[in-house]
Design a protein around this ligand. Structure first.
Ligand code: ADP
Ligand code: MG
Length: 694
């Protein structure tokens, strides 16, 4: 165990037990967490451009004195406006914020302020709208925030940049010398890597750009290296296992393929062949199936279920939500009745089942009276025991952790595993994260789908957007309207799902049936609303992001996404994947307030392409892997700093070193390698637990 991970963050000067809770909101519990909590960006405040020399249309930092300050409600837009003027002796600009009345507390005339934003000319005056801001208390106290390259960290409510900078500085001063270098000395020497203590310090407080970049490369290398070793150890353990070697004849493939009312795409046929080859081998399959929403992955996955069935074995399909599990189940029942899966016995296992029904189902599964179980997390329960599980499908894998995946697979004797994801993963990232998996890709959408047109609107144009929606409703189509949060809070003017739902019912869509779904509803409620939407009893479905994954309603051809600037790129793509599922042309209407350059990039990307791989690549470039699937989802939390999209060279270097290590000592048994094994074990416990269990 790293000793710094045992010291609570409350022992850093300026923190204490109460503020430790704030840190906990940021995922920081101990000293190690804090030292590795890196800035999200930097601001070069060594030579700040005088206001006189600022350039229009560019993002820049300004600093100066607050001249005067004004807070009012606009009679025109009804928005609350906070406005200050900044003067630095060479000129003055205005800074404006909307609907953040609490800002009034911060701005006092004569205080020094630093702002970062885009400079515009509005009604003949220079201004920044919604810039980032920092009020400087005193030059002395704020020496960490002035005249240097300044770190900006992700913040949580109740925490300021100035405070965080001080705490990080205090932490470095007290604990820096206890940071230990975990990379083997031989490797450090060979690659001439800089000292870790210096790297950590210079990532927080870089003397210049070059030092920051080099330190980052060093840390990224280390991360890539240990993670690659973890993945290679796991891969190795899997290939040594023995599972079922399924017998699969040509006839059964043909029957399956011809059992559908449509022709399979070439890509689907190719992946079916890949699955067949894997399943025929005794070594268990571990395959990742990637393909954009709607490309027909499920069908391909079901081929494996049939193969297992024909070999007298059972299979399981796990989905992240009840809606999805039920949708899969309904499809499968249909395929059992109508051909391709004839003879199979399927069951749906979700947590909402009555105890009696559940127990009965458990018995059937244990007795081998069910061939295919479709379910949610409920499948992971200890009570679920299979007679002979030989094939496992995991849908939307990034919603599950490595551990959950393992729990399900352990219910069989080294079953074949197919993992599906509709969030396309660029090749580089794939090698990094799933180097232990074989990869299949479906890069073809079935023919006959309507096109999706995406358009961007200002908030002021929203009534125009609702009119467009109405015109589609008149033609008999249905619509989604998506919001980033549920309830309106005082501090923002985000239009929230609940409020808008009420308004739509009274106003814009009073002649139609409007429904509302969000994450706080019970599963049954969501379920019944979705069912009613599918049955066309609901015309407009107002929703939060719970819609994101997998729901299939071909008649819904319009999607409005409000506050689109708040969504991540992959998230927007996933949402948009809900439409364009039938033969009709579809429209995705984004309403956005483009407040930051990042938001601008994201929206530009979503407007310019519907290719999921292209979007994934852009997203990775923009945000880095840690955010790729959203903060609270599994999958990429393994990499905190390193970004395969921008650091391909380091990734390859680390990968080669890891390969060399494995060639020399595949099980890391040599004295000098034991240490590496321990570190990997500590950093990636789930990976190694699996390697050992195998
Ligand atoms: P995914 O899980 O990849 O998002 P699905 O497997 O849910 O996609 O498929 C979406 C829809 O497309 C389903 O209704 C399915 O029956 C249909 N489908 C799948 N393959 C084809 C095909 N080759 N031609 C026409 N429709 C298809
Ligand atoms: Mg799917």
């Amino acid at each position: 165990m790293n000793p710094l991970a045992n010291i609570s963050v409350q022992f850093v000067k300026g923190v204490g037990p109460a503020r430790a809770k704030l840190f906990s909101n940021l995922g920081i519990e101990n000293i190690e967490d804090l030292l590795y909590f890196f800035p999200r960006r930097y601001e070069d405040r060594r030579n700040i451009t005088p206001i006189k020399q600022l350039k229009l249309g560019e993002w820049q930092t300004v600093t100066g004195k607050i001249l005067n300050f004004d807070a009012r409600r606009s009679w025109f837009t009804k928005k609350h406006v906070t406005e200050i003027f900044i003067d630095d002796g060479t000129g003055r600009i205005a800074c404006v914020w909307f609907n953040q009345p609490y800002l009034n507390r911060y701005f006092k005339p004569d205080k020094k302020i630093v702002c970062y934003g885009k400079l515009d000319l509005y009604k003949n005056r220079l201004q920044m709208v919604s810039p980032e801001y920092e009020v400087i208390e005193s030059e002395e106290d704020d020496s960490l925030s002035l005249n240097r390259i300044v770190p900006l960290y992700p913040l949580t409510r109740g925490m300021t940049h100035r405070f965080l900078r001080k705490v990080v500085r205090a932490c470095l001063d007290k604990f820096k010398n206890q940071i230990s270098d975990e990379l083997p000395v031989s490797l450090r020497n060979k690659l001439r890597l800089p000292n870790i203590k210096r790297c950590i310090e210079e990532i927080h407080y870089p003397p210049d750009d070059k030092a920051q970049e080099e330190s980052m490369r060093r840390i990224s290398f280390e991360e890539f290296y240990f993670f690659q070793v973890a993945i290679m150890l796991r891969r190795q353990s899997i290939t040594q296992k023995k599972g079922v070697s399924h017998k699969i004849g040509d006839i059964s493939i043909l029957n399956f393929i011809n059992g559908f009312p449509f022709t399979l795409t070439q890509a689907q046929k190719k992946v079916i062949r890949e699955i067949r080859e894997d399943m025929q081998k005794e070594t268990p399959m571990l395959r990742l199936l990637q393909g954009d929403v709607g490309c027909g992955k499920t069908l391909v996955a079901l081929f494996g279920c049939l193969a297992a069935f024909e070999n007298g074995c059972q299979s399981a399909l796990m989905a992240p939500t009840e809606i999805l599990a039920r949708q899969h189940y309904d499809n499968i029942v249909n395929l059992i009745e109508n051909g391709p899966l004839k003879g199979m016995r399927a069951a749906l296992l979700i947590s909402g089942l009555k105890k009696k029904d559940k127990d009965e189902l458990y018995q059937k599964i244990a007795g081998g009276d069910i061939d295919l179980v479709i379910g949610t997390h409920a499948l992971l329960s200890e009570s679920v025991v299979f007679k002979n599980l030989s094939y496992v499908v995991i849908d939307e894998q990034h919603k599950f952790g490595v551990r959950q995946r393992a729990l399900l697979t352990e219910k069989g004797k080294n079953p074949d595993v197919l993992i599906m994801t509709a969030t396309p993963i660029p090749r580089t990232l794939c090698i990094t994260l799933y180097g232990d998996l074989d990869i299949s890709i479906i890069d073809e959408i079935p023919p006959g789908r309507g096109k999706i047109e995406t358009r961007l609107f200002d908030d002021e144009k929203s009534s125009e957007v609702y009119d467009l929606v109405k015109s589609k409703l008149k033609e008999g189509r249905q619509a989604y309207i998506v919001y980033p949060i549920i309830e309106e809070s005082e501090q923002t003017d985000l239009k929230a799902a609940e409020q808008m739902y009420k308004k739509f019912k009274k106003d814009e869509f009073k002649d139609y049936c409007v429904g509302l779904i969000h994450g706080r509803l019970k599963e049954e409620e969501t379920e019944s609303l979705m069912q009613r939407f599918k049955n066309k009893e609901i015309d407009v479905l107002v929703s939060t992001t719970v819609l994101e994954v997998g729901v299939d309603v071909p008649n819904a051809t319009v999607m409005v996404i409000e506050h689109a600037e708040r969504f991540g790129l992959s998230q927007l793509h996933q949402l948009r994947g809900r439409i364009g599922r039938g033969e009709y042309a579809s429209e995705c209407l984004l309403i956005a307030d483009v407040a930051t350059p990042e938001a601008q990039h994201r929206l530009k990307a979503i407007l310019s392409t519907t290719d999921g791989f292209e979007i994934a690549k852009q997203d990775l470039l923009l945000r880095g892997p840690g955010h790729y699937f959203g903060r609270h989802q599994h999958g990429l939390n393994e990499l905190k700093v390193a970004n395969p999209a921008t650091q391909l060279d380091i990734l390859e270097l680390a990968r080669n070193e890891a390969l060399e290590l494995m060639r020399e000592d595949a099980k890391l048994e040599k004295e000098e390698h034991r240490m590496i094994r321990q570190i990997v074990q500590r950093r990636y416990p789930t990976y190694l637990a699996m390697a050992k269990a195998g």
